[in-house]
Design a protein around this ligand. Structure first.
Ligand code: 13P
Ligand code: SF4
Length: 311
């Protein structure tokens, strides 16, 4: 594709979207220009719910592959396409179905809770899924006394273990972006910005540290939770401990407030594979398509359905 202006790209994307009855769903870690053009911007839970709600024929999912797979599992009658089908995720790649089977053999009574950042195959071997927005509720929905095998994010798992006091074994996976947010990084931000609220994604390395939970200005949220916190807060300054592209949306909604990213350039390279040019190409070609084979879909749907039913 030759040099096309952003405005021409946007115009063509909007035209094709209408012509093909397509909807664009995007995660907050996308480039700003994708956040601005999408029909629905959300966290993993919101995006899954929207994939189930939409009556569009085509879902163009701007996220990473596990998100598009989840949309295809939830809405098998829709065509799910992505800008770049090489957009992976370090968490999703840290575990597979075989790993779960082996872990279950050692813990036959264990309930496998899998973070939604997993492949369809991993989901198919799990009992229930969760996202960062509903992880506490999902774990609390499991009968007391049951052992929980939490996969794949050790940091989110440590956070839930600390908050619920439940018997939870953790898989050793992590997100390469959030792993850098350790206790030292957070403490430095607290020292440098004493008036700010510190908003932390539970995938962060510090999430299981009781010292961080004792800080009165520290709050743990999914990406959407961070936006709601700022909306309802009277503070003017916020330290953002997650992938920093979310600051585009935070600033858009709160132009007079200050948002300070933690670390230097905390960006998810996988999400950045999505570009406006690829969004247009995907709409033109109705490809690349992400489709979960029927048999796998039926098995992977169950733990997602159980998650969506948790109130
Ligand atoms: P949420 O947007 O659900 O908080 O998830 C963050 C994330 O890392 C998605 O990959
Ligand atoms: Fe995966 Fe981390 Fe990127 Fe989220 S930020 S998609 S968990 S690699």
């Amino acid at each position: 594709m030759g040099e096309i202006s952003i405005e021409t790209l946007k115009g063509e994307i909007n035209r094709l979207k209408k012509e093909k009855n397509a909807v664009i769903l995007a995660h907050y870690y996308n480039r700003p220009e994708i956040q601005d053009i999408c029909d629905y911007l959300g966290d993993s839970l919101g995006l899954s719910q929207e994939a189930g709600r939409t009556d569009a024929k085509i879902i163009l999912f701007c996220g990473v592959n596990f998100m598009a797979e989840t949309a295809s599992i939830i809405s098998p009658d829709k065509k799910v396409i992505v800008p770049d089908n090489r957009a992976g995720c370090s968490l999703a790649e840290s575990i597979n179905g075989d790993d779960i089977c082996k872990w279950r053999e050692q813990n036959p009574e264990g309930v496998v809770v899998s973070y939604v950042n997993t492949t369809a195959e991993t989901k198919a071997f799990s009992d229930i899924c969760c996202t960062s927005a509903n992880a506490l509720k999902v774990v609390e929905s499991i009968p007391e006394g049951k052992k929980i095998l939490f996969v794949p994010d050790k940091n989110l798992g440590a956070y839930i273990k600390l908050k619920t006091g439940r018997d939870i074994d953790l898989w050793e996976g992590d997100c390469c972006v959030h792993e850098r947010f350790d206790t030292k990084t957070v403490m430095e931000m607290v020292k440098n910005y004493p008036m700010a609220d510190i908003l932390i994604h539970p995938e962060s390395n510090c999430s299981g540290d009781p010292a961080i939970h004792k800080l009165p200005q520290a709050y743990f949220y999914s990406t959407s939770g961070m936006l709601s916190h700022v909306k309802n807060s009277s503070k003017n300054q916020f330290v953002i401990i997650t992938e920093m592209e979310i600051i585009h949306q935070l600033k858009k909604e709160n132009p007079n407030r200050e948002f300070i990213p933690a670390g230097s350039r905390a960006l998810c390279g996988q999400m950045k594979k999505n570009t406006l040019e690829k969004v247009l190409l995907a709409l033109q070609n109705e490809a690349p398509e992400i489709r979960v084979p029927d048999e796998l879909r039926e098995r992977a749907w169950l733990p997602i359905k159980r998650m969506l039913e948790v109130k």
